[in-house]
Write a protein that binds this ligand. Structure first.
Ligand code: G3I
Length: 373
């Protein structure tokens, strides 16, 4: 998993990164076909398209490097920047894989989103113990200064706070979920985290990121209302929140209300926020078993969602949470695995790296999007 040569965190030579990625790239990253990738289609409209990537994916399938560079203009590490990955034990840091992915992205001129500084999951036990011992504030300050400072000037965006307000869990009176952070530090922990991140890299674009906002359900409506209220207050207080990440784990069994979604995006944009779709995929666990029918239904949903979303010009980036079904997290997660045991088909490429109808749906939605300045 590690390559000691990359402990420095400084940009690596192209040769070093290519060798470590196991080759798989033609000169300049061009693919045999020469056809424009999703990154080119997006760029023609002033948008950025990208995807989640994990180093283990490049190690298991080196050919993914060429596919990724062909289609992506941005990269977000799926696991490598999370607390349980970078500091599993207090003072024991593992930046090798994150450094590799940042170097890989820089080599191929990809924008870099890093994810995520504050979350109630992917949290090492020692941090939970420190929170219970009343040591949360200094631990959080050190973590944010170290991570954001390490990639200062290299990472364009940070998901500072992830999944912090869910009405289904008994939250505080202000609407924040009672996570270990909220319990230990009170409702001011979110604003503090954004100020710490801004101090560590004043040029980074700082995001709140959450899921289950897209659907026309009671939970979705409550989350949208809570975030509009919280972000409005934080912006009034001068909290350096620059963007909102809409994860986009689309669930076909739940209703989607285009006017309600469009109105929410308009209200977020009116707060001066840059909007990213951050983790687009389709949770197909309740779709029919037949792969062709599943693929068609998933593609139709993605097209509808992106058509409405990209109509809002504050939306500047669309990221999938992976490119190929072979490396999707759905099959690993009992809450997302299909009852019939068939592998999930949530992403634009199938497990053999062939484009699916979802690929065409994303391409068409990007091509039809209003041009951004
Ligand atoms: O790398 C270790 C491996 O060494 C070990 O053998 C294995 C078994 O313990 O675990 C591996 O780490 C796993 C990692 O995924 C691999 O990438 C972690 O246990 C597992 O918890 C982790 O799950 C990730 C999850 O976030 C928690 O960090 C998923 O891959 C990732 O897709 C998921 O992504 C989240 C976003 O961050 C936030 N939005 C929702 C999204 C999906 O849940």
């Amino acid at each position: 998993m590690s390559n000691p040569g990359m402990m420095t965190g400084r940009p690596l030579s192209r040769r070093a990164v290519l060798a470590a990625a196991g080759g798989g790239l033609l000169a300049g990253g061009a693919r045999e076909t020469g056809a424009p990738g999703l990154r080119d289609i997006a760029a023609a409209r002033g948008l950025v398209f990208g995807s989640e990537l994990r180093r283990e994916v490049l190690q298991q399938a080196p050919e993914m490097a060429a596919l990724f560079v062909h289609d992506c203009g941005a990269m977000v590490p799926g696991h490598e920047a999370k607390w349980d990955y970078v500091e599993p034990k207090q003072g024991e840091f593992h930046f090798t894989d994150l450094d590799f992915l940042v170097n890989f992205a820089e080599l191929h001129h990809l924008q870099i989103r890093l994810h995520t500084l504050l979350w109630s999951e992917a949290l090492p036990d020692w941090v939970k113990q420190a929170l219970e011992a009343g040591q949360g504030a200094p631990i959080l300050a050190r973590h944010i200064a170290k991570l954001v400072g390490r990639y200062r000037g290299r990472a364009q965006c940070w998901d500072v706070a992830n999944e912090i307000a869910d009405p289904r869990w008994h939250g505080g009176p202000e609407g924040l979920t009672m996570t270990p952070w909220r319990r230990a530090l009170g409702p001011g922990y979110v604003a503090e985290a954004f100020h710490l991140a801004h101090d560590a890299d004043p040029d980074a674009i700082l995001f709140i990121n959450d899921d289950d906002l897209e659907h026309d359900t009671a939970t979705g409506a409550a989350k949208r209302a809570t975030y509009l209220r919280l972000v409005t207050a934080w912006k009034r207080q001068g909290v350096p929140i620059n963007g909102f990440g809409l994860q986009g784990h689309l669930k076909p069994e739940l209703p989607f209300n285009p006017p309600a979604w469009r109105a929410f995006l308009r209200e977020l944009a009116a707060l001066g926020l840059e909007l990213h779709v951050t983790e687009l995929d389709v949770v197909d666990r309740h779709l029919p078993a037949d792969p062709a029918l599943r693929d068609r239904l998933a593609a139709e949903l993605v097209r509808q969602f992106l058509d409405v979303t990209l109509d809002e010009k504050a939306v500047s980036m669309v990221m999938c949470w992976g490119l190929s079904d072979r490396f999707s997290w759905h099959d690993e997660d009992p809450d997302f695995r299909r009852a019939d045991g068939r592998p999930a088909r949530p992403l634009p490429y199938d497990a053999s790296f062939h484009p699916k109808p979802m690929y065409q749906a994303v391409a068409a939605a990007l091509a039809a999007a209003p041009v951004r300045n």
